[in-house]
Design a binder for this molecule. Structure first.
Ligand SMILES: Nc1ncnc2c1ncn2[C@@H]1O[C@H](COP(=O)(O)OP(=O)(O)OP(=O)(O)O)[C@@H](O)[C@H]1O
Ligand SMILES: [Mg+2]
Length: 438
């Protein structure tokens, strides 16, 4: 590599790569191909083209012919020569190409967090594009969503080579309501199946790639995903970085379509800690929700799911007063179902007043919602065609039974689905997910 030039923190370097040679680049950086042709994530970049590598990403770049690259490195970026056997790019490409050569028209990627799932999903999409196939991607990794906001399953069409699923815009999306699939398996599975079927029926895609969540500990975690993949007709599964998981998936899926393929994770890669993951999620929430205008909707005009409060029979004003007297705080709304009493309180009650209320309602679990904590609950609004759009609760006026929420959707709203995620003003998740945020 020639000596770099630094300008405003960006170091510019000229790199000559002989045919067949490979370097590992870690972002944030931009590479422009001055001469030659390189392979990145299964996509070919030729002279005159350029690509960007995000701050949390690293990739192998391989010269297909003698090439010269201009690399613009921001702070934190690096370009290294991998040790032999460290870089999985060639193996990834050949195994994915093999699935396509055998005529299979769909593939799902499974593996633990940071295994390289989304990278291989993008690589598979790039390889399908190179074959001239109309390619769709379903992002069913609700915890580290790339295409849409977290807690949503999103689907997209790939129009050009991509280095990250983040470059794709959602064509349709389904709200799961949680960033963790546990206890939400049925919504993830339903959304995954629907997305795949719609991509086939409405978009006429030739090839489908599905990215899945990183929850792979235990049979239930694996089986719910395989169930959804089988029902949507996915023909092959790529398992990343976990041999034991591969054997389990192979026992459950190995005889279908093109079977189950194992791929190693990159030996050296950028690992994102919990903080980095939270920042990434926050960016995704902001991207879809910021700039949207508030809308006021009467709760009696919409169907409501995902709420303990709105699922129950509302208590009468007299009952609210009675509960308020027991709790020693103002109760703005409350409802009961067979197993839950939910009360919205103006402030946190003191002492053991909740226990007194619990002994009165002994068949119900008592949940208290503080009025202030309604703000920032992640939700989806449902339109008249049943499509879902991201939304963020601003406030609920219990006196008039109206909700104010922020959503980019401007049409008629028929329903609201509440999630178990709450965001602060900076779109950062706050509090713990609970059964009854609302
Ligand atoms: N060929 C490669 N060489 C080195 N690093 C790579 C390579 N391919 C991908 N990586 C890096 O490995 C890291 C994990 O990859 P990726 O994001 O695809 O994993 P994931 O399983 O989807 O993670 P998550 O669980 O967060 O969804 C990323 O930083 C990615 O840039
Ligand atoms: Mg991923």
């Amino acid at each position: 590599m020639s000596l770099g030039r630094e300008c405003e923190g960006v170091i510019t370097t000229l790199l000559h790569l002989a045919e067949g040679r490979l370097v590992r680049v870690s972002g944030p950086l931009t590479v422009s191909v001055v001469d030659g042709q390189v392979l990145v994530l299964g996509a070919i970049f030729s002279r005159g083209s350029s690509f960007h590598v995000d701050e949390f990403k690293s990739y192998g770049v391989k010269a297909l012919v003698d090439s010269s690259l201009k690399i613009y490195m921001s702070p934190g970026a690096s370009v290294e020569e991998p040790q032999s056997g460290e870089e999985p790019l060639d193996l990834w490409v050949s195994r994915i190409d093999d699935v396509m050569r055998r005529g299979c028209s769909s593939l799902a990627v499974m593996g633990p967090t940071d295994a390289g799932k989304s990278s291989v999903a993008a690589l598979a999409a790039n390889r399908a594009l190179l074959r001239g196939l109309r390619t769709g991607v379903v992002d069913a990794d609700i915890g580290q969503a790339d295409i849409g906001p977290p807690a949503f399953v999103s689907a997209s069409i790939v129009e050009k080579p991509i280095l990250s699923l983040r470059e794709l815009r959602p064509l349709y999306q389904r709200f799961v309501g949680s960033i963790s699939p546990q206890r939400f398996e049925r919504r993830v599975a339903a959304a995954l199946v629907e997305s795949v079927l719609r991509l086939r029926a409405e978009e006429g895609v030739d090839f489908i790639v599905v990215d899945t969540d990183g929850w792979v500990q235990g049979v239930n975690a694996v089986e719910y995903k395989l169930e959804a993949l089988r029902l949507s007709g996915i023909e092959s599964i790529v398992v990343m970085g976990d041999r034991e998981l591969y054997r389990l998936v192979d026992r459950m899926y190995g005889r279908y379509g093109c079977g189950v393929v194992y791929l190693p994770s990159p030996a050296q890669r950028r690992i994102r800690d919990r903080g980095a993951r939270r920042i990434l999620r926050s960016r995704q929430y902001r991207a879809v929700l910021s700039g949207s205008r508030p809308r006021r909707i009467s709760m009696s005009d919409v169907s409501v799911q995902g709420s303990c409060l709105f699922a129950g029979t509302p208590l009468t004003p007299m009952e609210l007063q009675e509960i308020g007297r027991i709790l020693g705080v103002k109760v703005l709304a409350a409802s009961v179902t067979g197993d839950a009493l939910v009360a919205v309180v103006a402030e946190k009650p003191r002492g053991n007043s909740v226990a007194r209320l619990e002994s009165l309602y002994e068949r119900q679990q008592v949940y208290l919602v503080e009025k202030g904590s309604v703000k920032g609950v992640l939700a989806a609004v449902v339109d008249e065609r049943g499509r879902e759009h991201p939304a963020l609760v601003d406030d609920i006026d219990f006196a008039t039974n109206t909700i104010t929420l922020y959503t980019p959707f401007e049409g008629e709203v028929r329903g609201i689905v509440f999630g178990n995620v709450r965001l602060n003003e900076d779109y950062v998740e706050v509090g713990r997910p609970s059964r009854c945020l609302l």
